[in-house]
Design a protein around this ligand. Structure first.
Ligand SMILES: Nc1ncnc2c1ncn2[C@@H]1O[C@H](COP(=O)(O)OP(=O)(O)OP(=O)(O)O)[C@@H](O)[C@H]1O
Length: 347
């Protein structure tokens, strides 16, 4: 959990229901200063609702949180103190109370289509009280860091989805706030630009800023997050560093087999039985069109044994196996093993 004095964020028993449907269920989170904390979970697990409660964009039903010394408690009104309705689709609520302290990149881009990136960021710099003498230099540096130089003087209504996400992330970073909430900041961003954003976010945490991030990219979480919590039906099912979770919940290896379309059902069953028997403690984790995904949950198996088995299945089951791959278990394996427990609760 955490300490109010040392943590940027401490939330206890945070809960939210929508017409009897429990979206977030007694969640406890502590985020240290300089830490990037990842909120993971399948669609509908409750990540955005959690962030919305923490930013004050959504009312908390029970529980409470202390964010940089500010208290958000039960049934508190939305802390939004003014709102913009510049475009038809976007209503951006910003809390004056947190304006200079918290950066927020919501899931829907909070952009005004007729403003350029530079105008947008300068507007936020002014709202956050950055002196005019340094605002322009600060904004230019963010534009450069996030790879928006080419587009900085173009209206953001003309941007691609990925560039809009970059600008939304840059908005959250204006003024180097001590705490950033980023709801899927790299959704739709290309791999090269994504790395630019990651580097900018690593700079933030090195600078002592804390980040609460949601993402569906396990690679992103492994790269950025010091700790992650996997949410299922509004609750954390596990919480720890990516390495800790891999060691604790998914130790071992994966064998991925691509099968031939012509493979008979009988031969497929034979192959599955062969792998399970070869590595006692292995099981078929999932199977989908032409793909078998085995988990070998054993510490005593070494790479040589794995490669030799993979070679053997290629010759022994030539008419079944098209290709195969061995690897270490990943954060994705941990994620899949927990999120398979997500159930639809809605009546
Ligand atoms: N305003 C609302 N009214 C009714 N139900 C809502 C509302 N906001 C969220 N929900 C429901 O709460 C649950 C959690 O939604 P939330 O958006 O927090 O999930 P998420 O984990 O962020 O999903 P995603 O990965 O798709 O962004 C969902 O079942 C959603 O339908």
């Amino acid at each position: 959990m955490g300490e109010t004095e040392t943590d940027a964020l401490l939330a206890v028993g945070l809960s939210k229901s929508f017409k009897g449907f429990v979206a977030v269920d007694r969640l406890n989170i502590g985020v240290h200063r300089g830490e990037c904390f990842g909120l993971l979970g399948v669609n509908g697990a409750g990540k955005t609702t959690t962030i919305q409660m923490l930013t004050g964009a959504e009312v908390i039903n029970s529980g409470g949180s202390c964010i940089l010394g500010y208290n958000l408690g039960v049934n508190r009104r939305k802390v939004a103190t003014f709102s913009f309705t510049f475009s038809r689709i976007m209503v951006l609520r910003v809390s004056l109370q947190y304006l200079s302290q918290v950066g927020y990149c919501p899931q829907v881009d909070p952009l005004v289509n007729v403003m350029t990136a530079k105008e947008t960021l300068l507007m936020y710099a002014r709202l956050r009280g950055i002196p005019e003498s340094v605002a322009e230099q600060h904004v230019d540096s963010l534009i450069d860091q996030l790879g928006l130089t080419e587009y900085k003087d173009k209206c953001c209504g003309t941007y691609s989805g990925g560039n809009k996400r970059k600008l939304s992330t840059a908005i959250a970073m204006v003024g180097e706030p001590p705490l950033l909430f980023l709801d899927e900041p790299t959704l739709g961003v290309d791999p090269v630009s994504r790395r630019k954003i990651w580097n900018a976010l690593v700079d933030c945490t090195n600078n002592g800023q804390s980040i609460v991030l949601t993402s569906h990219s396990m690679e992103e979480c492994e790269y950025l997050c010091h700790r992650v919590g996997i949410m299922v039906n509004g609750r954390f099912r596990c919480l720890g560093s990516p390495q800790y979770l891999k060691d604790k919940y998914c130790q071992g290896y994966t064998i991925k087999v691509k099968t031939r379309m012509s493979a008979s059902a009988e031969k497929l069953e034979e192959l599955k039985a062969f792998l399970v028997q070869t590595f006692g403690g292995s099981f078929l984790r999932d199977e989908y069109i032409g793909r078998l995904n085995f988990l070998v949950e054993r510490r005593d198996v070494n790479w040589a044994q794995l490669f030799s088995t993979v070679r053997e299945i290629k010759t022994r089951f030539e008419d079944v196996v098209e290709d195969s791959l061995v690897g270490e278990t990943s954060l994705e394996d941990v994620f899949l093993s927990f999120t398979s427990k997500q159930v639809q609760q809605r009546p």
